[in-house]
Design a protein around this ligand. Structure first.
Ligand code: IMP
Ligand code: MG
Length: 343
């Protein structure tokens, strides 16, 4: 029986370090089930364990922890050939997903036609994974769904499930007490909440996406909003303000701001606290995690946007105090992370 649900959500443009947060939370709290609820291979969730780097795209991070069950729910998209590759890759590194991965029968399949269309009509700088065209087909109700691939998935050790039955199943009753919902992308890329349409993704990256899996919402305990000490964005829109290139390029270099999925250089800007506040409020977050504080600490660059203007601080501590004050509406806390392994 599901008794505790925690949710991890991106509160910026993706790449906030959600993978690390999810992995650390699973290790510390030993959740029974990890759920992906939006997006697909456009995501790249990177984790470091004892200096081994692991990246998953479509798979929930929970596949990298033995004994954790994993679910990919209905609003995710599946690229079958990339899924096989991803499973092979993690198998080579010693992880077995057999019997540990469930996929909703209602997930739509990314076809080669959709990938080609995405790559040939790419004005906004997508990841080229076929996301927009496949969600379009879903809405047009002409798409292919996972239910047609159940046999193939079974051979991979994956079980196709009906979400209307999954939560009531004997399996869940017996095995699933605690659940971690793993968001992909972030608030600023959400199809409805973005301030930058059409420079966004096509899925629901917010709490609404997590809830749309059918989880019992009264059991939600913590909603972690994840952000970074500075903002980054990958795509065709101009994002990095040129007048601050000196500082922002230093941040990009030290922060190794290259996409886990496409290898593209991420544009950088200082953390926008006004936007972060909105992301935390509309996602109902009670905890905010701000990653990569070590990068700003090492560079001695302490700037944020707050009240629609740039604020410069003399010390990191002053910047942290300002952030904590601005986010004091949070029911719980602001956590600053200074390393790639833990919160
Ligand atoms: P799409 O999701 O591939 O359609 O790409 C749409 C926009 O979202 C592009 O600017 C992508 O770079 C961005 N995007 C999609 N997924 C991610 C992610 O996981 N992290 C960062 N940016 C992403
Ligand atoms: Mg990423």
């Amino acid at each position: 029986m599901v008794e505790q649900i925690d949710v991890v959500l991106g509160c910026s443009f993706g790449d906030e370090g959600k993978g690390k947060v999810v992995y650390d939370l699973i290790k510390k709290n030993s959740y029974d089930l990890c759920v992906r609820f939006n997006g697909s291979g456009n995501a790249g969730h990177t984790i470091y364990d004892n200096d081994i780097k692991l990246v998953v795209h479509q798979l929930p991070v929970g596949v990298l922890v033995s004994n954790v069950y994993n679910l990919i729910s209905s609003d995710c998209l599946i690229d079958m050939s990339r899924l096989k590759m991803e499973i092979d890759e993690i198998k080579e590194k010693g992880f077995d997903i057999a019997g540990r991965l469930f996929i909703s029968k209602a997930c739509h399949i990314i076809t080669q036609e959709c990938i080609d269309y995405d790559r040939q009509n790419n004005k906004i700088g997508t990841t080229g994974s076929g996301i927009g065209p496949t969600y379009s087909q879903k809405m047009l109700r002409v798409g292919k769904r996972v239910e047609d691939y159940a046999d193939e998935l079974k051979l991979l050790g994956i079980e196709v499930v009906d979400m209307r039955q999954f939560w009531f199943s004997e399996f869940v009753k017996k095995n699933v007490n605690s659940v971690l919902m793993e968001g992909a992308q972030g608030f600023e890329l959400d199809i409805n909440w973005t301030n930058h349409y059409p420079y966004c993704t096509s899925s629901t990256c917010t709490l609404a996406g997590a809830i749309n899996t059918g989880i019992p919402i009264s059991k939600i305990k913590n909603i972690y909003g994840v952000s970074k000490a500075y903002d980054t964005y990958v795509g065709a829109m101009q994002f990095q303000p040129e007048e601050y290139n000196d500082e922002l390029n230093q941040i990009a270099d030290l922060g190794k701001e290259y996409g886990a999925t496409t290898g593209r250089r991420r544009q950088c800007n200082f953390l926008n606290i006004d936007n972060l506040k909105e992301a935390l409020i509309f996602n109902n977050c009670n905890i905010c995690i701000i990653n990569k504080m070590d990068i700003l600490e090492d560079l001695n660059i302490f700037k944020v946007y707050s009240g629609k203007k740039i604020m410069t601080f003399a010390t990191l501590l002053e910047m942290q105090i300002h952030i904590i004050k601005e986010l004091s509406f949070l029911e719980k806390e602001v956590l600053f992370s200074f390393n790639p392994y833990t919160i």
